[in-house]
Design a protein around this ligand. Structure first.
Ligand SMILES: Nc1nc2c(ncn2[C@@H]2O[C@H](COP(=O)(O)OP(=O)(O)O)[C@@H](O)[C@H]2O)c(=O)[nH]1
Ligand SMILES: [Mg+2]
Length: 237
């Protein structure tokens, strides 16, 4: 059972979702009497993301702001490196996986370095409201990932992952990808370092609003994947 947790929430122009998300997370952790910090990483948002997070006047909600928009990978890394508790969760700002699903992951955290939410593992319950091109990309991307990295993980991209911070610190430090392929690099480095990774089926109620710009981001994800592959064969990890 978790006693303390650092929750990292990457947020880019999330003024409309972040308030509800922070209410849900604090209510859940409060109810379970888990001691927490929530680190909202505001990634150069041009809207009121930081103001909304700040309006809670909750000293356990911290805001890390970047001056300009750097990407989800950059922000998650920054948040994870500043986590002060032994267990950290990173969660998308829209809680597509509900915060209660921590319960499904935490069972494994004593035995694994990283426990990741998965939409392709037994027990997953995906309420699929993603448009067809996203669903298709979601099926093709893992094929590329597994050919190029041999990771053998069914769903690297779910925005709900739990870490043993001490064990993973060396992994976080080595991450170089600012964009959406960062999960692949993180898991690749973790595997390379011999950390055990567990994939657990979670709920996924996809929130239709998205910050992903499909063509631009798919292209850069592919480029980043090639980058990981090149670095891996060059022995840079
Ligand atoms: N830091 C950062 N986070 C981002 C960026 N784009 C999206 N995110 C965050 O990544 C998470 C998932 O984004 P979302 O728009 O829900 O993507 P989708 O669910 O894959 O369509 C949310 O927490 C976003 O705030 C970005 O450029 N920088
Ligand atoms: Mg989403």
């Amino acid at each position: 059972m978790i006693k303390d947790i650092s929750v990292i929430v990457p947020a880019y122009n999330e003024e409309r979702r972040i308030g509800k998300t922070l209410r849900k997370i604090t209510a859940y952790l409060g109810k379970r009497k888990i001691n927490y910090e929530i680190i909202v990483v505001d990634d150069g948002s041009s809207d009121r993301t930081s103001a909304v997070a700040g309006s809670f006047s909750n000293p356990r909600i911290k805001i890390l702001s970047s001056e300009k928009n750097r990407g989800k990978g950059y922000s998650v890394k920054k948040g994870l490196l500043s986590a002060k508790y032994g267990i950290a969760l990173f969660s998308d700002a829209d809680l597509s996986t509900p915060i209660e699903d921590i319960g499904k992951l935490e069972r494994y955290i004593d035995d694994y370095g990283i426990v990741i939410g998965s939409r392709k593992e037994k027990g997953a319950n995906v309420v699929e409201k993603q448009p067809p091109w996203r669903v298709m990309a979601g099926n093709i991307f893992p094929l590329f990932v597994n050919i190029m990295t041999g990771l053998g993980i069914k769903d690297t991209q779910c925005g709900f992952k739990l870490f043993r911070v001490k064990k993973c610190r060396q992994v976080f430090k080595k991450m170089t990808i600012d964009g959406f392929s960062f999960d692949v690099e993180m898991l690749y480095i973790a595997k390379k370092k011999g950390l055990k990774i567990k994939e657990v089926g979670v709920d996924w109620n996809n929130d239709r609003a998205t910050k992903v710009r499909f063509v631009r981001d798919s292209f850069s994800m592919l480029m980043d994947l090639i980058g990981i592959w090149v670095k891996s064969i060059a022995g840079r990890y």
